[in-house]
Design a protein around this ligand. Sequence first.
Ligand SMILES: Cc1cc2nc3c(=O)[nH]c(=O)nc-3n(C[C@H](O)[C@H](O)[C@H](O)COP(=O)(O)OP(=O)(O)OC[C@H]3O[C@@H](n4cnc5c(N)ncnc54)[C@H](O)[C@@H]3O)c2cc1C
Length: 470
Amino acid sequence: MNESLKSILIVGAGPAGMACAHTLAKAGCTATVFEKEQVPGGLCRTLNFDGYLFDIGGHRFLTKSDEINQLWQDVLEGDLLRVKRLSRIYFRRRFFNYPLSFANTFANLGLVESFKCIASYFWCKWKRPGDDQTFEGWITNHFGKRLYDIFFKTYTEKVWAVACRDLSADWATQRIRGLSLKVAIKNAFGKKQNAPKTLAEEFYYPRTGPGEFYQRLEKLITNHGTEFSYGQTVVGIRCEGKRAVSLITEERKEGKRKEHKADHIFSTMPLPLLVRLLSPRPPAAVLEAADRLQFRSFIVINVILNREFIFPDQWLYIQDEDVKMGRIQNYKNWSPGMVADAKKTSLGLEYFCTQGDEFWNMNNPDMINFAMEELEKIGIAKRRDLINGFVLRCANVYPVYSLQYEKHITVIRRYLENFENLQTLGREGLFRYDNSDHALLTGIYAARNFLGEGPFDVWNVNTEKQYLEG
Ligand SMILES: Cc1cc2nc3c(=O)[nH]c(=O)nc-3n(C[C@H](O)[C@H](O)[C@H](O)COP(=O)(O)OP(=O)(O)OC[C@H]3O[C@@H](n4cnc5c(N)ncnc54)[C@H](O)[C@@H]3O)c2cc1C
């Protein structure tokens, strides 16, 4: 059958779904993309509020893939800023370089605390008291217990709400591999070591935020005949034997349901959700594995403040234990094009939570008040600086790397491999703590497999465990 006559359905217009649609379209193969939101880009979309532009958390364009770099350049026609990274840890009203640097850290901590940290580092190097399989153990062995307690424990537990001893070391090795106190000391006194990925000192950023890339990509895709159906949530996938035969969508506004015949489905929805939407239901062991895979959710409280300058960083990590806030983005430091008035500042105040918990259910005005109180408490801004603000809740964005997570993924993966025409891809679809370049690559690879240009293993993207935080 001619590929363009087939009913090819893509779930999600985030980076993975868009790259998949684009690769198919370039090969003359049209598809329909179902997206529950109203715009493309997924977590990389840009929101406009009172003329100020906000990311969902600040998205750097940074990749080791020449192909993705070329795609960004081609689609944005070079309309990318080169941004010098500045992001620090804010703790006890002091700014600590991140990644940690020897002189700055110890100048900020003072003589006595610094001595304790160094003693703890050497003791842990000698005794290696941590279990390298866990986040707590890995960091303790690499940085010492005292630095772990000061700089890693609080932020990590804010993000994951899991004790660091129950968190797989995979997150540490993906996020801060190549860093250690030894490297920090060497960098302070000698020739700089090869920078690990978290140290990337520059990145690209579209002048008006990452959403610009996905809007332009959408135009290129629709020029080839692919359709985007927005405001449509996929609520079911009907299967017969080894094939997925149709997909059911529900209109978000009116709740109207529709069934769409499918010859092939690419899904970027969260992996556990995909499993639960299959009909007939998968075996109990597969459903149980899906239940065991948990995500953390994310709320960003975006505010416009009547202040011209607050801090020079693109973002700050908030380390203090007595506030719930995890990070602050300062969008005018990403690009001047993000603010409508250069005399004002727009911040994204980031909170990590679990969908449906007390914080998630707080009403929006209370949440904005809460965040402004925290900003005042840590000395970043005053409540009276607030001009306007809004809240965005994002469910299922951080796959939790619990100790057994890989085992559960394998159970699901083996089951999905039985289907001839159903492919899962993307960050949530593969349950992988990936950046957008990886998600784009999974979309490209999945499409190429379909076009017979493979085989490419989407599960094998970003497995080198060297990572860019996001
Ligand atoms: C706070 C934060 C900061 C980040 N910073 C960076 C960064 O600096 N640089 C970087 O490269 N990456 C960063 N990332 C990662 C990046 O956002 C993701 O890697 C990327 O968005 C994943 O793309 P995706 O298409 O797999 O998933 P998503 O972007 O999540 O897209 C999935 C899409 O599917 C839709 N969808 C889901 N379920 C359904 C359904 N049932 N029916 C219809 N539609 C559905 C969703 O609405 C969404 O649009 C960051 C992520 C977060 C959370």
